[in-house]
Design a protein around this ligand. Structure first.
Ligand SMILES: Nc1ncnc2c1ncn2[C@@H]1O[C@H](COP(=O)(O)OP(=O)(O)OP(=O)(O)O)[C@@H](O)[C@H]1O
Ligand SMILES: [Mg+2]
Length: 147
């Protein structure tokens, strides 16, 4: 469960003199239940990335509270923020962001390494499962086109 209560994120506005600020998020409140899917939409500069950075534990709010699975994350240390991100958050990027000089298996094992410890057999199973699912969905897509 994701909960944000009266969250604001202000950035210093370098172009403005005398400590001006950009109010990227202003007193924002949101609750997302387990299993719920949410799409964040809005024009460029409306604060989507700012919000995702806060939910993803890449950044802290200027004020307000954030809970992930009941754990308060708005004001925790960087080390704890890194732990919560490793345990609870998954990012899917438009680009794959794989490490190009590692094999596919080593890329999976790198994620294991950051999370806890590497286990080659488990990594291989996960990779094979992902590839099998991908192949299955590929066949489904091409057969539905033919139907
Ligand atoms: N690190 C930063 N320093 C200063 N201002 C920032 C910073 N990051 C974002 N901003 C400003 O905060 C506002 C919200 O930006 P944000 O990147 O969250 O918008 P967005 O909705 O993701 O936009 P886009 O659709 O272009 O990706 C903008 O005015 C932006 O210029
Ligand atoms: Mg953005």
């Amino acid at each position: 469960m994701i909960k944000l209560q009266n969250v604001s994120r202000l950035y210093p506005a370098k172009a403005e003199a005398n400590g001006g600020v950009i109010r990227a998020l202003d007193n924002f409140t949101l609750a997302v239940d387990p299993g719920e899917w949410v799409a964040i939409m809005g024009p460029s500069g409306s604060g989507k990335s700012t919000l995702v950075n806060l939910i993803g534990c890449l950044d802290r709010p200027t004020s307000g509270e954030i809970w992930l699975d009941g754990e308060k994350v708005a004001n925790i240390s960087t080390a704890d923020l890194n732990r919560v991100r490793a345990e609870k958050v998954g990012f899917i990027f438009q680009q794959f962001h794989l490490i190009p000089y590692l094999t596919s298996l080593e890329n999976v094992m790198l994620a294991q390494y950051f999370h806890s410890m590497t286990d080659e057999r488990e990594a291989l199973e996960a990779l094979e499962h992902a590839l099998t699912t991908f192949r299955r969905s590929s066949r489904a897509a091409s057969s539905s086109e033919c139907a």
